[in-house]
Design a binder for this molecule. Structure first.
Ligand SMILES: [Zn+2]
Length: 219
């Protein structure tokens, strides 16, 4: 899932306009950013199965990024980092910090909706969770597109952005939705797991920066 996480970041960003929306989108995809970094470090693993072309679902062993306990810890850490960073907001900074923590944790909830039971509670051998909506890919992609569109709508209404920035953010969301749909339906298997990790890290950085730049409030 990618577009759905971007939508969650936009939706949460719509209730805290003092913080750039790129920060909320990055928070909503942080757990994947950690996963792909850890894959490059060799700390977590992703296997491209033989039936990848039929399912478009790699097999993940990712207790450090996507475990329920780990995701809770990353959420608390991100919230604490935001609380320390946004000194300028003084006594009102608990709210954005809590929202950033919520954005990080929203990732786990949305992943638990679509993944097959492969999200561990703690370690790699612990109970695994996942409602498996990806078994019905059309429904899963529809839900994801709706979350992205709803997030975009919530963010744009009341953002007071110029028409060009509105169009830019809308285009970005459409590209993200289209690439998510293609990635889960027609994309060929990635050449290697490391290539998949590098592409994912670059995509996350590019989408968050671009959304942050387009979503900047007029001064
Ligand atoms: Zn994820």
């Amino acid at each position: 899932m990618f577009a759905g996480h971007v939508g969650a970041g936009l939706a949460i960003g719509s209730v805290e306009r003092r913080i750039n929306v790129g920060v909320f989108i990055f928070a909503a995809v942080l757990i994947d950013f950690i996963l792909w970094l850890f894959v490059l470090f060799g700390w977590e693993s992703v296997i491209i199965p033989a039936d990848y072309t039929a399912t478009h679902q790699p097999d993940f062993v990712f207790p450090l990024s996507h475990g329920l306990l780990a995701a809770t810890a990353w959420s608390v850490l991100a919230g604490a980092a935001a609380f320390l960073y946004y000194q300028r907001l003084e006594r009102t900074r608990f709210r954005p910090a809590a929202l950033i923590a919520a954005a990080v944790f929203s990732h786990w909830l949305l992943d638990a909706l679509v993944h097959t039971p492969e999200l561990p509670v703690m370690g790699a051998q612990s109970v695994k969770l996942g409602l498996g909506l990806w078994q019905n890919m059309a429904a899963a992609l529809l839900v994801e597109a709706i979350i992205a569109a709803a997030g975009l709508y919530l963010f744009l209404s009341g953002a007071g952005l110029s028409r060009a920035r509105n169009h830019g953010l809308t285009m970005l969301c459409l590209v993200v939705i289209a690439s998510t749909v293609m990635g889960m339906t027609v994309a060929p298997p990635p050449p290697s797991v490391n290539a998949m990790a590098a592409t994912s890290l670059i995509t996350i950085a590019a989408v968050c920066s671009l959304a942050g730049w387009l979503g900047r409030r007029p001064r």
